[in-house]
Design a protein around this ligand. Structure first.
Ligand SMILES: [Zn+2]
Length: 63
């Protein structure tokens, strides 16, 4: 049993980790396979993760 805490906070909230979505265009290639478009998530640029934003204001609030 592996109790799971909160899900990974670094997963892109826009695409929920599925950075590249294959969209079926409806057309087929001559060999019968479907032609799909791959669209990369603009938020994470296809990585599926968000870069944690550093907090410069808080980082320098030490003194
Ligand atoms: Zn994303």
């Amino acid at each position: 049993m592996m109790p799971q805490h909160a899900p990974s906070p670094r997963v892109c909230r826009n695409c929920d980790g599925f950075a590249t979505a294959a969209i079926t265009t409806g057309t087929r290639h001559s060999d019968g396979t479907r032609a799909t478009l791959r669209v990369a998530c603009p938020t994470c640029k296809g990585t599926g993760h968000t870069t944690p934003t550093p907090a410069p204001a808080l980082a320098q609030a030490g003194r």
